[in-house]
Design a protein around this ligand. Structure first.
Ligand SMILES: N[C@@H](CCC(=O)N[C@@H](CS)C(=O)NCC(=O)O)C(=O)O
Length: 203
């Protein structure tokens, strides 16, 4: 049995590995890193992850950061089909989760970070909203052709991209005009593993 320690809360980017471990049914220990107390800037934490960000994971002494890399690693280690059953599913999933990170999350974060930091950035927000207004219809159209991002089954890409999309809830971004995105998000967020993680957040 692997010894796994996950650093990071059940929210933001760190939600991805928590959710993946729940999907895989793998036991692990979690260590919260309180960003408000600067615990991500201690020498001990920076030795694990020099970027000073969460999440970071330690698996039998192997240390890995970046939530997309972590979820893909965990799936490959414990349940490879979760990354896609074929090379093409793996590649298609990677295409969409990377696009969601760069084409959506980056801009959603520009808006959301004003809430986190209290530093307002109206120009940045206007630009971000302009880009998002172009990008969301691309995902909506794609999800009109496929049940999930890599094909007809849920894979790591859906988990990773769904966490990106969940930022819309935090900033109150209206997705009601995108029924395919809503159908897909609902399919992801009603999974037992997702609900089990959320139950621990509210517990
Ligand atoms: N690309 C990274 C982003 C991680 C990230 O942005 N983490 C935030 C919390 S959600 C963080 O650690 N912020 C503290 C900081 O940047 O100082 C990933 O996906 O793991």
């Amino acid at each position: 049995m692997s010894m796994i320690t996950l650093y990071g809360p059940r929210m933001g980017s760190s939600l991805r590995p928590h959710w993946m471990l729940a999907e895989l049914g793998v036991e692990y220990t979690t260590k919260d890193v309180d960003l408000r107390k600067g615990e991500h800037r201690t020498p001990e934490y920076l030795a694990l992850n020099p970027t000073g960000q969460v999440p970071t994971i330690e698996v039998d002494g192997f240390i890995l950061a970046e939530s997309l890399a972590i979820t893909r690693y965990l799936a490959a280690k414990f349940q490879p089909a979760m990354n896609g059953r074929t090379l093409e599913e793996q590649a298609k999933g990677a295409q969409w989760e990377l696009w969601a990170m760069l084409g959506l999350q980056q801009h959603l974060s520009t808006i959301a970070s004003q809430k986190w930091t209290g530093v307002m950035n109206p120009e940045g927000e206007a630009k971000a909203r302009e880009i998002l207004a172009k990008h969301f219809p691309i995902l909506e159209t794609y999800l009109g052709t496929t049940a999930f991002l890599a094909g007809d089954v849920f894979t790591t890409a859906d988990l990773n991209a769904c966490v990106t999309l969940s930022y819309t809830g935090f900033i109150g971004y209206d997705l009601s005009v995108f029924p395919n995105i809503q159908r897909w998000m609902s399919a992801c967020t009603t999974r037992p593993a997702y609900l089990a993680v959320q139950a621990k957040v509210t517990a």
